[in-house]
Write a protein that binds this ligand. Structure first.
Ligand SMILES: Cc1cc2nc3c(=O)[nH]c(=O)nc-3n(C[C@H](O)[C@H](O)[C@H](O)COP(=O)(O)O)c2cc1C
Length: 203
């Protein structure tokens, strides 16, 4: 399936068949996530794969009881690991230099590379980290279409409550939930703004 077809066929799926989704298929989705671009190649996305029914039920309860969350065979909790901006930046910069994607001088000029970052500074990375996770999620959504799977990005939830249920450390920031399963519905395309409405200005 080419990218345009996947883009045109993707829908937010809110009804799933009970048919199981194999570990191989989940792996395919996460391989697609791995390929997403990210700032300084930090790859801050981390995923929790939930198959356990009782756990899915608990998370659904913490997500305004959106029924399809526990109905889908797999529920991904998509997180941003902000500790990567403290621990891994130098390594990522070195890797990018090694493959020629960054100028060797970056090791001296990259902003704040050798300065420790406290918890408050790291919190400032949350929007940036979540943006990167969103790109990985869209990769998952599109790869899912090509595999006959459906997904939905779900942000209407109580992240603190879910983090508690899953006993997540503070560095993992829940960005969204993503149910995955074989669609039991075939929705028509949802409305979209016209091209003229999204071009704010041509300069
Ligand atoms: C950031 C984000 C958050 C969303 N949160 C929810 C949600 O909590 N519940 C839900 O049913 N759909 C959610 N959606 C799906 C949107 O409602 C959907 O993408 C939109 O209506 C367009 O429909 P389509 O995805 O089928 O094209 C979310 C989508 C995005 C991108």
């Amino acid at each position: 399936m080419d990218v345009k077809t996947a883009l045109e066929n993707r829908r937010s799926i809110r009804k799933y068949k009970p048919d199981p989704v194999s570990d191989e298929l989940v792996k395919e989705l996460l391989e697609a996530a791995r390929l997403a671009p990210s700032g300084t190649n930090h790859q801050p996305w981390r995923f929790i794969i939930i198959r356990d029914q009782a756990m899915k039920d608990k998370i659904q309860a913490a997500a305004f009881d959106q029924k399809y969350l526990s109905e889908a065979p797999v529920l991904l909790v998509c997180c941003a690991d902000i500790s990567t901006y403290e621990l891994d930046t130098k390594k990522r910069v070195q890797e990018l230099i090694a493959v020629g994607a960054m100028d060797p001088g970056a090791i001296d000029t990259y902003p704040g590379l050798n300065q420790p970052k406290n918890a408050e500074v790291l919190k400032g990375y949350i929007p940036h980290a979540m943006l990167n996770v969103a790109l990985a999620m869209e990769n998952i959504a599109l790869r899912a279409v090509s595999l006959g799977l459906g997904t939905c990005i779900v942000q209407l939830m109580k992240p603190k409550k879910i983090a508690g249920i899953l006993a997540l450390p503070e560095n993992l920031i829940i960005t969204a939930l993503m149910p995955v399963g074989f669609p039991d519905q075939n929705p028509a395309p949802r409305p979209r703004l016209a091209l003229e409405e999204i071009i704010y200005k041509v300069v």
